[in-house]
Design a protein around this ligand. Structure first.
Ligand SMILES: O=C(O)[C@@H](CO)OP(=O)(O)O
Length: 294
C-alpha cells in the first residue's frame, strides 16, 4: 500500500510512472520479457509524445505545434529503450513536432539501427523527390508517415489557456467535462468523438492494412488521438474512456493476430513496453497526484 503523505515529489513521480506501467486487471503476465511477436503476429506500438513545453506550463495545447522539453526528450529516449527489441517496419506520427520528435528520438535506441525516414506526402512532387533508389538502402530504413488525422484533439478556444486558471474560471466539473467526456466538445473545438472520427478512420483505412500484410507498426501521437484509438482497440464504452489516462512517453504494445488486437498487459519489469491507467481508481489516483503538483 502506498502512503501518499510519505512520498517526496521525486518519489511520487517514479511511483506514478511505475503505477501506470502496471495493469491492475485482466491480461496475464508476459512470459517472454523481450515481447518479440511470433511469426504469425505483428506488433503495434502506441506511444504518446514526451512532455512538451506546454505540458510543462499546464496549458491546453491541442493542435498548437509545441516541441518537447528536455524531460520530454529524455522520456522519448527512455521509451525507445523499452521497445528497442520489438521489430518496427513502419512508423506513423501526427503532423505535430512533439510526436515526430518522440518517434525519432525513440528510434535512436533501437537495436536494429534502421534509419527512420519521413516520407513527404504533402504533394506528388515532394513524394517523388524523396524517393530512395537502392533496394538495399530501403531495407535498412523505416518509412515514417506523418498525418494530420493523428493530431491531438483540437482544443478550440481553450488552446493556450492555463488548465488550472480555466478550471477556476469555469468550474472544475465543466473543464473536466471538456477534457474527458466523449461527446461534449470544448468551445469551438473537437470532442473525443469528433477526434475519433478522423483518427480511428485513419487507423482502420491506413494502418490496419499494413498490419495485415505482416508489418510491425509504431504510432507516435497524442493523449486524445490515442485515447480514441485505444477506445476502438479495447472496445471501451464512452463511459469507460473517461477514466483512460495516458502518461507522456510510455510505449504500449498490442499484438495483432488473426485480425484481432491483444493488449500486452502486466509487463514483467519496468523497462518493458507497458500499459496505461485503465481503471477508474488508478485514474483517480493519478488525478490526485496531478492536483498535488500542478
Ligand atoms: O492540452 C492538450 O492538448 C491535452 C494533452 O496535453 O490536454 P488534456 O490533458 O486535457 O487531454
Amino acid at each position: 500500500m502506498i502512503h501518499m503523505g510519505l512520498l517526496s515529489r521525486a518519489n511520487c513521480y517514479s511511483v506514478r510512472r511505475n503505477l501506470f506501467t502496471v495493469h491492475a486487471t485482466s491480461s496475464s503476465p508476459v512470459a517472454n520479457p523481450i515481447q518479440i511477436p511470433s511469426k504469425d503476429e505483428t506488433a503495434l506500438i502506441l506511444i504518446r509524445h514526451g512532455e512538451s513545453l506546454w505540458n510543462e506550463k499546464n496549458l491546453f495545447t491541442g493542435c498548437v505545434d509545441v516541441p518537447l522539453t528536455q524531460k520530454g526528450v529524455e522520456e522519448a529516449i527512455e521509451a525507445g529503450k523499452r521497445i528497442s527489441n520489438i521489430p518496427i517496419d513502419m512508423i506513423y506520427t501526427s503532423s505535430l513536432i512533439r510526436a515526430q520528435m518522440t518517434a525519432m528520438l525513440a528510434m535512436t535506441q533501437h537495436r536494429r539501427k534502421k534509419v527512420p525516414i519521413i516520407k513527404h506526402n504533402e504533394s506528388e512532387q515532394a513524394w517523388k523527390s524523396s524517393q530512395i533508389h537502392s533496394e538495399e538502402t530501403k531495407k535498412q530504413s523505416i518509412p515514417v508517415i506523418t498525418s494530420w488525422q493523428l493530431n491531438e484533439r483540437m482544443y478550440g478556444e481553450l488552446q493556450g489557456l492555463n488548465k488550472q486558471e480555466t478550471a477556476d474560471r469555469f468550474g472544475k466539473e465543466k473543464v473536466q467535462e471538456w477534457r474527458r467526456s466523449y461527446d461534449i466538445p470544448p468551445p469551438d473545438g473537437e470532442s473525443l468523438e469528433m477526434c475519433a472520427d478522423r483518427a480511428v478512420a485513419y487507423f482502420k483505412e491506413q494502418i490496419v492494412p499494413q498490419l495485415l500484410t505482416g508489418k510491425n507498426v509504431m504510432i507516435a501521437a497524442h493523449g486524445n488521438s490515442l485515447r480514441s484509438i485505444i477506445m476502438y482497440l479495447d472496445k471501451l464504452t464512452s463511459q469507460e474512456v473517461i477514466s483512460l489516462e495516458l502518461s507522456t512517453g510510455i510505449p504500449m504494445l498490442y499484438i495483432f493476430k488473426d485480425g484481432k488486437f491483444f493488449r500486452r498487459g502486466s509487463p514483467t519489469d519496468p523497462s518493458e513496453a507497458g500499459v496505461y491507467a485503465y481503471t477508474r481508481s488508478l485514474a483517480l489516483y493519478r488525478q490526485k497526484l496531478d492536483e498535488m503538483f500542478h
